[in-house]
Design a protein around this ligand. Structure first.
Ligand code: BGC
Length: 413
């Protein structure tokens, strides 16, 4: 089966995340609540007159601010400004059909497009031996080595993580020995690699892996990694799927080389339209960015929409762009908050995932990527698109070039 077929099959099976039922349920729950969250955040910003200089720090007192912004983390953050996620690649469990192919030439193209880094999600947990050693197989190291060495060879910084570690989300305390053992081995293996390789501890912790529960686990893991990699840049994500709202619960050690990473897929009904794994609220397709549409969208009654989706569509159909839910207001306020939080706590922030499923029309996708990239730029936040060549792709593998409008969206003025 060639690569294109695999991608088509991945979308056509319509459930690329079927092996992650728990993830799907809470993902769906959290992401269905996303519009409510956005509304609350927007209301808060309206009340504050959009003035984040009014930022009130509310993290637990144990989260101390680092006053200097001249730390190694701030220097490293400059290498991670414009990135692409190699999604649906090394995180895909063995034997499943939705893995894309990434060749050495992809790294050449990624660099030539203007990206400065890649984020490589990795499912290490699928390649461990029995407890207590949880020994990682040489096969996964050779695959990750391929990605890391090709990225570095093309002057791309590279971020590797643990992705979709479901045991951690189910029962973080029980999974901690395995989590630590995996990081101990990764850290030893990459000890001598250049500083442009960074580690991200856990992708989108959620469910029982709350930020409060992850805080001490992160501290332990950072201490473990520091034994072999005293100067390696480490990224951490809050709970609730790396949600921006989770920042306020983080308690980090005073380590000078930690970057915080958050994810944002707002406006969710636009970015995930037709994404079956994201639950019933994303069934409406044909949503443009920005709204309102020239002709109002009338979803088929057979879609049986939840009232909050119907309400969202009504607002999408009727409100002018500067108030429309499918517009930059869906994320601009959140990114301002991110910046204010980051400045106060002295931790640089990376927007590790944003993007739009290829079901949306190409022009709207390009409009969205442009607007999101500009909003990040405005707040001096480094970003990584989801994704390079899978379901949310930038790169058109068949034509050997970006999808129309995507290069201009991310790198144009
Ligand atoms: C997941 C991907 C998914 C993307 C968009 C990411 O967090 O890791 O598997 O396609 O979100 O929903």
């Amino acid at each position: 089966m060639n690569r294109q077929n695999k991608i088509i099959q991945h979308s056509a099976t319509a459930d690329p995340h079927a092996p992650f039922p728990l993830r799907s349920q809470s993902h769906q729950l959290f992401r269905s609540l996303a519009p409510l969250f956005i509304w609350l955040v927007s209301a808060a910003y309206c009340l504050a007159d959009n003035d984040v200089t009014n930022f009130v720090p509310s993290n637990p007192p144990a989260m101390t601010a680092i006053t200097s912004h001249h730390t190694q983390a701030y220097r490293a953050a400059k290498w991670f400004m414009r990135g692409a996620n190699l999604g649906d690649y090394l995180e895909v469990p063995p034997g499943q059909g939705w893995r894309v192919t990434v060749s050495a030439n992809d790294f050449v193209e990624i660099a030539a497009q203007g990206f400065d880094h890649v984020r490589v999600p990795v499912g290490w947990q699928h390649y461990v031996g029995p407890a207590p050693d949880f020994q990682l197989s040489p096969m996964i190291f050779s695959r990750v080595d391929f990605a890391v060495t090709n990225a570095l060879k093309n002057h791309l910084a590279v971020l590797i993580n643990i992705h979709h570690f479901d045991e951690m989300d189910d029962d973080p305390t029980n999974a901690t020995p395995e989590f630590l053992a995996i990081w101990r081995q990764i850290a030893a293996h990459y000890q001598k690699f250049p500083s442009e390789l960074a580690f991200e501890l856990d992708n989108e912790p959620h469910q029982n892996a709350t930020t409060a529960l992850m805080n001490p686990i992160y501290a332990l893991t950072i201490a473990e990694i520091r034994r072999s990699n005293p100067r390696r840049t480490i990224f951490v994500e809050p709970g609730d799927w790396g949600n921006i709202d989770g920042l306020k619960d983080l308690v980090l050690p005073p380590d000078q080389n930690v970057i915080v990473s958050v994810h944002c897929y707002d406006p969710f009904y636009f970015t995930h339209q037709g994404a079956t794994w994201a639950g019933p609220d994303t069934r409406v397709t044909g949503i443009h960015f920005p709204g309102p549409p020239a002709t109002p969208l009338t979803p088929a009654p057979s879609l049986n929409l939840n009232p909050w989706v119907t309400h969202w569509i009504q607002r999408y159909n009727s409100l002018p762009t500067d108030q429309n839910p499918s517009s930059p207001i869906a994320f601009e306020g959140e990114l301002k908050y991110v910046r204010a939080w980051s400045d106060y706590y002295g931790r640089p922030i990376h927007l590790g995932e944003f993007g739009c499923f290829t079901t949306a029309d190409q022009k709207s996708r390009a409009n969205f990527y442009r607007a999101f990239r500009l909003a990040c730029q405005q707040e001096h936040i480094g970003w990584a698109i989801w994704d390079w060549n899978a379901n949310f792709r930038y790169w058109d593998e068949q034509d050997g070039r970006p999808l129309p409008g995507m290069h201009e969206a991310l790198f144009g003025k």
